[in-house]
Design a protein around this ligand. Structure first.
Ligand code: SF4
Length: 157
């Protein structure tokens, strides 16, 4: 909540138009303000529960960046955003309270995050390479991790 009204986070900075219309209508907001941190402020609006926007300040999704990935981008061989959502709960177990960041990138270009993350997963040939404390284009410390193995792997880091 800000002094202007309730704040809603936007996962990956991507909004479904119908979801935004519903939120605006239900909140009764007088105006919509965009922040530079992938969030909306609904000025003079009422707080509404939402399954489409992030409402908890400690939601791990707020610390995850992911590009569109496959099939949206032809440079990607992996699904990035579905993987990011699946890994969000595991991110909490990496270091509870440490608020670590995760970047899931479809390839080494790293479009979604041009700075280091605590954990970066980079798609390559349908699997993921792992970079710790670096960017998508940095040398990975582990390679060839399958999407199926990643959830338990991330939780054990
Ligand atoms: S990082 Fe690679 S896969 Fe992701 S959007 Fe950029 S070019 Fe496409």
């Amino acid at each position: 909540m800000s002094a202007l009204g309730p704040v809603y986070g936007v996962a990956f900075g991507q909004i479904e138009a119908a979801a935004l219309a519903r939120l605006l209508r239900d909140s009764g907001a007088a105006a919509l303000r965009l922040t530079p941190h992938r969030a909306l402020i609904l000025e003079a609006g009422g707080r509404r529960d939402s399954t489409e926007f992030l409402t908890a300040a400690d939601d791990p999704m707020l610390r995850i960046d992911a590009c569109p990935g496959a099939p949206s981008c032809t440079s990607a061989t992996v699904e990035t955003r579905a993987m990011a959502r699946a890994l969000a709960p595991a991110l909490e177990t990496v270091a509870p309270g440490a608020r670590r960041s995760l970047h899931v990138s479809g390839c080494t270009k790293g479009c979604a995050r041009a700075r280091a993350a605590d954990i970066t997963l980079v798609g390559r040939n349908g699997k993921f390479d792992l970079v710790r404390d670096g960017c998508a284009w940095d040398t990975p410390s582990q390679t060839g991790l399958s999407p199926e193995a990643l959830r338990s792997f991330i939780g054990a880091l």
